[in-house]
Each structure stands twice: as structure tokens, then as C-alpha cells.
Design a binder for this molecule. Structure first.
Ligand code: AHR
Length: 518
């Protein structure tokens, strides 16, 4: 144990909400991401409600998932929504490019909405801009959201859901520069304009009236659907620059998009080359250093957006992020099923802290992907299910949803990683809606226990309690044989006499701690 690190928690100069949607998830038709992982069908021996597995729903409910992006990813630009509605026995089968397997369309719009209902989340639909039409997209939205008895609303009712659904976010295509159609930003923008203009949410609770539609979109209805344009990858700031230029120049009364997306995976030498669970200590540190690059990337894109949109009316949404590693659990490498270790939880914590600090511009994020794919929350194998270290991390971070960021001033030690220097402790603080102050404390140093002394203005902190997530080795994972190897445990600390309260942080750990002045 080394000397304590004083952590001064200040008051913000302006309110900054850590939007709950920063803790969003992504679910694509890849491998067992949907089939087997979420959807098992009503006749399955696996316990389910309306075909959706109960163990997965129960586990995910504890994460209070604010929003889920579906059906892709690259899959979204091959997806034809009509093939996934109506009697399941009549649905169209197609080849899914992820692993060249048959997509049976058993899980379509109604099944996704039922899943959203069961886990009490919100909807982010990604429409097919790459290989379908504007009409397909507008019809899909009308089918989902119209209350009036239009033919599409009636069809939805005949398919079992008379009530209109809500769609909080709509994305137009995915990775337009790549699998979404290999377009330049300019080419994408000119397609996007038509999609965006005609994409109307007809749910009366989300709609805005005729006059609002012309002059006053967002302000008139806080529940109005948010339009997300497919954006850049990594540090491709040119793509963002072009999109923002065109956004600012676009004539007319409707903003072409309310949010611009960004994808950034932590990986090296292309996807799937880094071992998910067999790695040395130096490799752990290299990953933490790579995860910290998210901050540089967000700042680079935000700076460009500030130029064209100083009012920050356009949100930056990181709708794909995570550690993309070797698919060591996959039967088919294209299923992207990978192991998940303590390292993944630590880098997820580092990333969520970065999102919180950049929350002035970053309004939503969706980790890839929720079930069985890339950096998953849960893994299934037949009827068995386990939760991953990343799951525990997301569960611990629930108190930060919609909390107000508080500045933290401290001087952590440093670790050299190649030509980079990373801090030993990553600290983030926030005030929840009930007034309680929470800390997320990541001890990145995997060799030493560290201690912090939080200071909250002039009021003495008497006690602190919360959860810590750690394990003996940074590459420890949960397995179907040992499902609880990496698990969170409760911790509490109390000040001794008039001494400042000390919080100890085990090596390679994440602690989420609530402070108490009573
Ligand atoms: O998440 C897996 C894939 O990664 C997505 O389909 C695509 O958008 C990205 O390249």
C-alpha cells in the first residue's frame, strides 16, 4: 500500500448530465447475438416468455438498459423489415453475411419490441439505407408508430399489436463509408436528406403538429424521435467535418440529423487478432492505454462539431464501441463470440468515465454487443447462461445514469506503457438525482493496492460503501464451469476519528462507491 491520493471533488461550473443513454447496448443479427441468445422460440425447452429467454431477460433487467440499437450494424443495411413480420411460419429466409447462415426472420419487429417491453428499455431502430428505399424506411416507421387506422397500422394490429410502438432513435444506415454502401460523406448525405425528410414518427405521443414540423421540431415535443446519421470510424475526422459542413449548409426547416454517430473499437492489427483471455500483464496495460484513446478521438470529433454547431444541438453518439478480440468461443469465427475477462471490465470502466467527462457533446453510446457477440454482457451455451465481468461493471455503473458530473482533482501515479503514460487511478464523480455523491474509481495498477482520500468541500465524509470488481488475474474470466470467478463484492469504509476517510483500491479493480457525510 502506498501513500493516499487526495481526491478533491468539486462543484461544476455548469451542469453536465451523464445521459443515461451513454449506458446503451447494441444487438445485431450475428451468430448467437439474437438466435439462441435472446430468441429461443415459444416451443423451446429453455424457459421463455413469448419466445424470449427468461434468464437473459432477468439478467439484463438489472442493468437498467436505457436503449438498445437493432438490427445492426452491417446487418441493418441488408435487412428488409417486411420479411420479419406476420405469421412466423411464413417468414422469408435469407443468407446472413455474418457467417453465411440462414436468417429465418423469426425475430423481427414485434419480437424486438416484445424484448424491449420485457427488459423495460427504449428503441433505437437502424433502417436500411444501403440496399432498400426511402419508402421501405417510411413504411416501417408508419407500421411501428401510426395510431390512426392506416393500412399499415391495421396490419400491425392484425399481427398482434394495436397500440402504436415508440421509437426513440432512428439511425439511417450503418458505416456508410464501408459495409453500408462504400459512400463518401457527400454521397451519403445526399441519400440521407431524403430518408430524414420523410422519416416521420406517427405515434401521437412522439409526434409534433404540422406547424411545429415546419418551424420548431425538437423544442415542441421533448419525446420527438431523434435522428442519427451514420458517421465516422476512429479518427476519421474528415468524414465528420464533411457531414457537419453539409448539416450546417442544408436549407430547409428540418435538421437533417440530430445526432452523428461514431464507431471505435479497441483492437490492434484489424479485428480479431488479440487473444481474448490468453495475454500477459503488458498486454493488459497496452489495452488500457488503447482504451484511453477514446478521449482523444471524442475530443477530435467534438472540436469539429463545435465549429459548425457551437450550440451543441447535434449529439455525438458512439453507437459501436468495445474490445473486439479473437472469437475464441465461436463455432464459426464470423459469429464474433469472444471471452470476456477482468481486463474488459476495466477498459469498459475507463471508457464510461471518458464518456461521462465528454458528456457535453456525447449523448448516447452502445457497447458492442449485448449478448454473445464481441464484448458481451451475457454469454449463453444451450440452456446455460453466464454473466461477464463487463456485465458486473455495467451493473455497478447504474447510479451514474442521468447523474450530474462533478469535477475531480487528484494526482495519480503513472505507468509507462510503450511510449505512452497512463495514470494508476482513473476517477470519476457524480451527484445522483437523490443528491448522493458517487465515485467510480479504477485502480489500473495490477500490482499495487492504492488508497484514496476523497474530499467533498468542507463537509467531512464519514462513511463510504459500494461494490468492487476485481479478481486474482487480469485475464480471469467467468466460464460455464466457474460462472462466478469474476464477481463484484460489497465494500464499506468508515473514517477513524477525525482522520479523513480512506478508500482502498485492490490491484486491477473497479470500485463504485457512494459517499456519506452522516
Ligand atoms: O459489431 C460488429 C460490426 O462492426 C458491425 O456490424 C459493424 O457496424 C462494425 O463494423
Amino acid at each position: 500500500t502506498s501513500a493516499a491520493n487526495t481526491l478533491i471533488i468539486g462543484e461544476p461550473s455548469e451542469e453536465l448530465t451523464i445521459h443515461r443513454d451513454l449506458f446503451g447496448q447494441f444487438s445485431e443479427h450475428i451468430g448467437e447475438g439474437i438466435y439462441g441468445g435472446i430468441w429461443v422460440g415459444k416451443d423451446s425447452a429453455i424457459e421463455n416468455v413469448n419466445g424470449i429467454r427468461t434468464d437473459v431477460v432477468n439478467a439484463l433487467k438489472a442493468l437498467k438498459i436505457p436503449v438498445i440499437r437493432w438490427p445492426g450494424g452491417c446487418f441493418a443495411d441488408q435487412y428488409h423489415w417486411r420479411e420479419g413480420i406476420g405469421p412466423r411460419e411464413d417468414r422469408v429466409s435469407r443468407l446472413n453475411a455474418w457467417g453465411n447462415i440462414i436468417e429465418t426472420n423469426q425475430f423481427g419487429s414485434h419480437e424486438f419490441m416484445e424484448f424491449i417491453r420485457q427488459i423495460d428499455s427504449k428503441v433505437y431502430i437502424n433502417v436500411n439505407l444501403g440496399s432498400a428505399t426511402v419508402k421501405d424506411a417510411t413504411d416501417w416507421l408508419e407500421y411501428l408508430t401510426a395510431a390512426a387506422p392506416t393500412s399499415l397500422a391495421k396490419e400491425r394490429a392484425e399481427n398482434g399489436h394495436p397500440e402504436p410502438y415508440k421509437v426513440k432513435y432512428i439511425g439511417f444506415g450503418n458505416e456508410a463509408w464501408g459495409c453500408g454502401g462504400a459512400m463518401t460523406a457527400g454521397e451519403y448525405f445526399s441519400r440521407l436528406k431524403r430518408y430524414s425528410t420523410f422519416a416521420l414518427n406517427l405515434n401521437p405521443e412522439q409526434q409534433f403538429s404540422g406547424i411545429d414540423l415546419l418551424f420548431d421540431r425538437g423544442a415542441s415535443n421533448p419525446h420527438a424521435m431523434i435522428k442519427v446519421a451514420a458517421g465516422a470510424n476512429d479518427l476519421d475526422t474528415e468524414f465528420t467535418e464533411k457531414m457537419m459542413q453539409l448539416w450546417a449548409q442544408a436549407p430547409g426547416y428540418l435538421p437533417i440529423f440530430d445526432a452523428l454517430s461514431l464507431h471505435h473499437y479497441t483492437m490492434s492489427r484489424g479485428p480479431m487478432s488479440d487473444s481474448a483471455s490468453e495475454f500477459e500483464h503488458s498486454e493488459y496495460l497496452r489495452f488500457v492505454a488503447m482504451a484511453q484513446e477514446m478521449d482523444t478521438i471524442l475530443k477530435a470529433h467534438s472540436a469539429i462539431m463545435d465549429k459548425y454547431d457551437p450550440e451543441r444541438s447535434v449529439g455525438l453518439v458512439v453507437d459501436e464501441w468495445g474490445n473486439w478480440l479473437k472469437p475464441d468461443l465461436a463455432t464459426n469465427p464470423a459469429f464474433l463470440k469472444q471471452n470476456n475477462t477482468l481486463r474488459d471490465a476495466i477498459t469498459a470502466g475507463v471508457t464510461l468515465n471518458i464518456f461521462a467527462r465528454n458528456a457535453a457533446r456525447v449523448k448516447m453510446a452502445n457497447i458492442a454487443q449485448m449478448v454473445n457477440v464481441i464484448q458481451a454482457m451475457v454469454l449463453t451455451q444451450g440452456e446455460a447462461m453466464i454473466v461477464t465481468p463487463t456485465y458486473h461493471l455495467f451493473k455497478m455503473y447504474v447510479p451514474f445514469q442521468d447523474a450530474q458530473l462533478l469535477p475531480v482533482d487528484h494526482k495519480p501515479g503513472t505507468i509507462n506503457v510503450g511510449d505512452k503514460t497512463i495514470p494508476t487511478i482513473d476517477a470519476m464523480a457524480a451527484r445522483a438525482n437523490d443528491g448522493s455523491v458517487w465515485l467510480a474509481l479504477i485502480n489500473i495498477d495490477s500490482e499495487h493496492t492504492l488508497t484514496v482520500e476523497p474530499v467533498l468541500g468542507t463537509v467531512a465524509i464519514k462513511k463510504a460503501a459500494g461494490d468492487v470488481l476485481t479478481s486474482a488475474q487480469v485475464n480471469d474470466a467467468n466460464s460455464f464451469k466457474h460462472p462466478n470467478r469474476v464477481n463484484a463484492r460489497q465494500v464499506s469504509f468508515a473514517a477513524k476519528g477525525s482522520q479523513p476517510l480512506k478508500i482502498t483500491l485492490p490491484p486491477a479493480s473497479v470500485s463504485v462507491i457512494q459517499l456519506s457525510t452522516k
